[in-house]
Structure formats: structure tokens, C-alpha cells
Design a protein around this ligand. Structure first.
Ligand code: PMP
Length: 414
């Protein structure tokens, strides 16, 4: 230890003791740690949750960025801009939402730095300490991470949940708060790949009506459908009922991360104007605006190649999903169950009751195959006999080999 280290340690200890209570609930994400594994050449990783960079619309972005940086355009692209977001992009989103049954105006839309930022802002807006957030069991762990900072308690909103509404409300009150929102990933959910049926969406809406809470509809994977018919967003169903978005309790979150590129950090929220106004105030206080040039580039590329590009992704990822489902069928031993998604990036595996996903990962890594253990996707850390497999990052031959390895590791543990 050098002489200079000791005082520094002391200072750090003093500083960490000053951190707010809420930091106790901010935990390192298992996913982040695991992403480091992607760099090791021999590992077949089903751990990531990211798009295949080979299919980024690189040339379209190069052209858009170059245009945005031309002498005429740069004074806008490199300048501050409004918190609400770049108008042509919001107008493109108005058209996009209309195609999905959501009638709204530009004023119902806020551009965010990815939908992750919207999750943080919604936590900030809705959650006092001890309030109740309803989530599915399991749910997107990044949503738990965003909400945790606002110190809520969690209760369930699974489509199959039929606990009396009065009991849910009474529990929330006893915990010292109120039920503020239900958060759901509606299409090809992260982590399960499961999609809510229209009937389930209507049930969620009816339940939120009865509970008097908001619905946060996370549609990050909506475009990545490889088979079957689109199911209308919850917000679209609610607008059908109430005929006016400004009377709706659903807040829809969209993202360009899975369709175009996550590195630009561009997503959006669609909601009743009072909710958008509060989100705009929150954004003004937090980061002023989403990067102007990124919004301009995304707008250009969306106006240009969105549909054609998404069609390519559907073809590529759809084939990979088929490869994964076929490989699971071939290599998984008796007693292992998995979901059969119609889209997205993930398949969810349920192991025998006494097998732990995190323990299994240690063995799997020795066999050079990786996944995300399922426990972290549960608000109470339960159901550790689960795991999430990503298929968007691997070619079909790798998927076959990786699932064969995983099947052997599981067989060895049984
Ligand atoms: N919601 C879900 C369900 C996700 O899987 C992700 C990304 N993994 C996000 C939101 C956040 O995406 P982004 O901030 O890049 O839009």
C-alpha cells in the first residue's frame, strides 16, 4: 500500500457514508457483469440483450449524420434544442403510432434518451417512498433498477393475477403508500418472450381502472414480430374506449434501440398531455434534452428506411429464433420447459425446481456457454430455477452448438 492510499480510503469511506438511503437499493446489474463475457472468443453467449451490430443501418446513419453536419444544418444539429424533442421526429412518431391504432398529436409525445430514461422519469414522477409499483413476475430488470431508486414496494400484475382489488389497495395502504402504476412489457417481453393477448391487455386496463393507477406499457420489442398477427397496444385499446388520448391512463414507451441502433439513445413516451408536461419538466431538470444530432439522424433514417430495415431484422432474427427453438427441442433433457415466442430477442427456460440458474451458470461457463440467471428478473428474487436466453446475437450454427453445450451441462446437473 502506498502512503497516499490511506487518506484517500478514509475520504472515500466518509463520502460513501453520506450517500442517500436510496443508494442502498441500487445494485450492480448481473447483466452488465455478464456483458463483459461477450469479448471472450470461445464463449457462446446467450447472455446479452442486444441487437446484432452486423445489421445496424450504418450507411443510412453515415449519410444522415453527414447531412446534419453540413454547413447549413450544423447550426441546428450541434445546438441545444427543445426538451420535447425534434419536431420532424415527433411527427414521424405520430404517423407510426397511428399505424398501431394510437391517435395522438405531437404534443402527446416526448423524445427520451432511450426508453430507459422514461422509466427513470416515471419512477421519479409517480413514486414516493413506500408507494406500490405493480410489475409482472418476472419483469425487465432494468425497470426494477430504474424504479428502485425511488424506494417503492412491488406487488404483482400478472395477467393471471386475480387477487381482489380491495386487497391490493389495502396492502399498499398498509405499506404507507398507494398503488401508482402497473408496468408491463406487452410484446415479446424481456425476459420471457411472452406477448399479452388482447384479452389480457383489456384485463390489465380494467384492473388499472379499478385500482385507479397508471399503466406503463413498455413496447420496446413491438416491431420485432416474426410470426402471427400484431396485437394492438394497450394504449390503442384504451383510446378506443375513451376516444381521447388525453383521457387515458396508459403511458406508452417506444424505442429505436431494437429497430435502428441503441447507441444513439433515442426513445419516446406517448401519453395524455398532463403526463407529457410533467415528463418535459422532469427532463428539463435532468438533462435538458436528448442529443439534437442523434434525434435528427434517427428522424432521417426512420423517414427513409425504417420499414425496409425492420423487414430485414424480422427475417434474420426470426430464423435465429427458429434455430433456437429447434435446438432446445433437440438438446434439452426431459423436465425442462421453455417459452415459444413469436418475436423479440429472448426465450425463457424453466429448470427443475431444485436447480439454481446462478449455480448452473458457473458450470455453463466452464463449458463456454453463457446466459442470464432468472432470479434477478423477479422483484423478490424468487424463482431462481429459471434463465434467459438471447438469440439475436448468434448465427444459427452457434445457437445449435451453444444449446447443445447447455443441454449437456443441465443433464450433468440432474
Ligand atoms: N425496456 C425493455 C423491456 C428493454 O429490454 C430495454 C433494453 N434492454 C429497455 C426498455 C431500454 O431500452 P432503451 O433505453 O435502449 O430504449
Amino acid at each position: 500500500m502506498s502512503l497516499s492510499e490511506k487518506p484517500l480510503e478514509k475520504t472515500t469511506a466518509r463520502l460513501t457514508a453520506l450517500f442517500a438511503d436510496r443508494t442502498q437499493r441500487m445494485k450492480a446489474s448481473e447483466i452488465r457483469e455478464l456483458l463483459k463475457l461477450l469479448d471472450q472468443p470461445d464463449i457462446i453467449s446467450f447472455a446479452g440483450g442486444i441487437p446484432d451490430p452486423a445489421y445496424f443501418p450504418r450507411e443510412a446513419f453515415a449519410e444522415a449524420m453527414s447531412k446534419a453536419l453540413s454547413e447549413q444544418a450544423a447550426s441546428v444539429a450541434l445546438q441545444y434544442s427543445t426538451s420535447e424533442g425534434y419536431t420532424p421526429l415527433r411527427d414521424w412518431i405520430v404517423g407510426y403510432m397511428a399505424r398501431h391504432g394510437v391517435t395522438c398529436t405531437r404534443d402527446n409525445i416526448l423524445i427520451t434518451a432511450g426508453s430507459q430514461q422514461a422509466l427513470d422519469y416515471l419512477g421519479k414522477i409517480f413514486l414516493d417512498q413506500g408507494d406500490t409499483a405493480l410489475v409482472t413476475w418476472p419483469t425487465y430488470m432494468g425497470a426494477l433498477g430504474a424504479f428502485n431508486a425511488y424506494e417503492p414496494r412491488y406487488d404483482r400484475i400478472d395477467p393471471q393475477t386475480n387477487r381482489p382489488v380491495e386487497d391490493v389497495l389495502a396492502d399498499a395502504k398498509a405499506a404507507g403508500g398507494a398503488v401508482k402504476f402497473a408496468y408491463l412489457s406487452t410484446d415479446f417481453a424481456n425476459p420471457t418472450g411472452v406477448t399479452l393477448t388482447e384479452e389480457q391487455r383489456r384485463m390489465v386496463l380494467a384492473r388499472a381502472d379499478a385500482l385507479g393507477c397508471a399503466v406503463i406499457e413498455d413496447a420496446a420489442y413491438q416491431e420485432l414480430r416474426y410470426r402471427g398477427e400484431e396485437i394492438k397496444p394497450i394504449l390503442a385499446l384504451e383510446i378506443e374506449e375513451k376516444s381521447d388520448i388525453d383521457a387515458c391512463r396508459t403511458i406508452y414507451l417506444g424505442s429505436f434501440s431494437k429497430t435502428l441502433a441503441p447507441g444513439l439513445r433515442v426513445g419516446w413516451a406517448v401519453a395524455a398531455k398532463p403526463v407529457i408536461s410533467q415528463l418535459v419538466l422532469t427532463k428539463q431538470a435532468a438533462d435538458l434534452q436528448t442529443a439534437t444530432i442523434n434525434q435528427i439522424a434517427v428522424s432521417e433514417v426512420a423517414h427513409g428506411v425504417f420499414d425496409a430495415h425492420v423487414a430485414t431484422l424480422r427475417e434474420v432474427y426470426g430464423a435465429r429464433l427458429q434455430a433456437m427453438l429447434a435446438a432446445l427441442e433437440r438438446h434439452m433433457p426431459e423436465g425442462i420447459a421453455w417459452t415459444k415466442p413469436d418475436g423479440g430477442m429472448f426465450v425463457w427456460v424453466t429448470l427443475p425446481r431444485d436447480m439454481d440458474g446462478a449455480e448452473l451458470l458457473k458450470e455453463a461457463l466452464k463449458a463456454n456457454v453463457a446466459f442470464v440467471p432468472g432470479g434477478a428478473f423477479y422483484a423478490d428474487g424468487s424463482n431462481t430455477n429459471t434463465l434467459r436466453l438471447n438469440f439475436s446475437m448468434s448465427a444459427a450454427s452457434k445457437i445449435e452448438e451453444g444449446i447443445a453445450r447447455l443441454g449437456q451441462v443441465i443433464r450433468d446437473q440432474m
